[in-house]
Design a protein around this ligand. Structure first.
Ligand SMILES: C[S@@+](CC[C@H](N)C(=O)[O-])C[C@H]1O[C@@H](n2cnc3c(N)ncnc32)[C@H](O)[C@@H]1O
Length: 263
């Protein structure tokens, strides 16, 4: 009997409905589901078989996760590894791919919706507006994981593209300073916190307030920034919509709606 592939599935950014149909169809059949409980919503697991083995990785090392995955696959179980967003973006799947290849365990990757895509949907914007901006940059600032020098944020900022900044909230002052070297200080930044979760918050602020707004609202964990000329239009449109959109743009947090809630 041949070993079944391990499925590395993108779970999307928090909303349980944002997994792909293909991902869900595999999830419902899985014998074993390995997931990070802080990043994958529990409701997504409600479709799993009642006898499925659900393994939260919080207390496991990467080596333990890999050994466990390989052992279960070798015992002919259908193993799913659920990753938040899309696995190809900061998903640390490189180590898994190496380990599965070395163990000669087949695997398949099912893509997911990344945080930047849900952010654009929430903001109701196109990040590639003709004649305004035609490039999207997905990047992060150096932290424990070093970014190669040639990908320094200040040099990427020179393009003034739609820039989606992952994993950077803890270094937001540094990020803001580097972005201000090239983007106008009034460029709109969307600070997107826990998109797709019930405590989601989105703030629209000018670039020069990016760091202070992040710190004031303590939006350090699971925050994505979008800096883009395309957001200027979103801001104008949302101003017209006013408080009708306050579910997404909380009046306490959003400069925009602070203004409208005063009037
Ligand atoms: C380890 S990376 C994983 C990214 C994920 N693979 C993706 O495609 O979105 C985690 C970072 O992604 C961003 N992120 C992931 N999910 C998010 C969400 N629901 N809301 C806002 N940012 C999110 C944040 O920048 C967070 O620090």
């Amino acid at each position: 009997m041949s070993i079944k592939p391990v499925y590395i599935i993108g779970a999307g950014p928090g909303d349980p409905d944002l997994i792909t149909v293909k991902g869900r169809n595999i999830l419902v059949q899985a014998d074993v589901v390995i997931y990070a409980s802080s990043l994958v919503p529990e409701q997504m697991l409600e479709v799993c078989r009642p006898d499925a083995e659900l393994v939260a990785t919080a207390s496991m090392t990467l080596e333990e996760i890999l050994d466990f995955t390989i052992a279960r696959a070798r015992s002919h179980q259908l193993v799913v590894r659920l990753h938040d967003g899309d696995p190809s973006l900061y998903g640390a799947i490189h180590e898994q791919i190496m380990a599965l290849n070395a163990a000669e365990v087949p695997f398949e990757i099912i893509p997911g919706v990344s945080a930047f895509q849900l952010a654009a949907a929430r903001l109701q914007v196109e990040l590639t507006v003709p004649e305004l901006v035609q490039t999207i940059i997905l990047t992060r600032i150096s932290g424990r994981t070093k970014v190669p020098d040639r990908e320094e944020l200040s040099s990427l900022a020179a393009h003034q593209a739609s820039l989606c900044l992952y994993l950077s909230a803890r270094h937001v002052e540094d990020a803001q300073a580097k972005l201000l070297a090239h983007y106008p200080s009034e460029t709109t930044v969307a600070i997107c916190y826990r998109l797709g979760w019930t405590d989601e918050k989105i703030l629209l602020v000018p670039l020069h307030e990016m760091a202070s707004a992040t710190r004031n609202q303590d939006l350090i964990r699971t925050t994505l920034y979008i800096i883009s000329p395309a957001l200027g239009e979103a801001q104008t449109r949302l101003e017209k919509l006013g408080t009708a959109r306050s579910r997404l743009y909380h009046p306490t947090y959003d400069r925009l709606f602070r203004e409208s809630s005063k009037s």
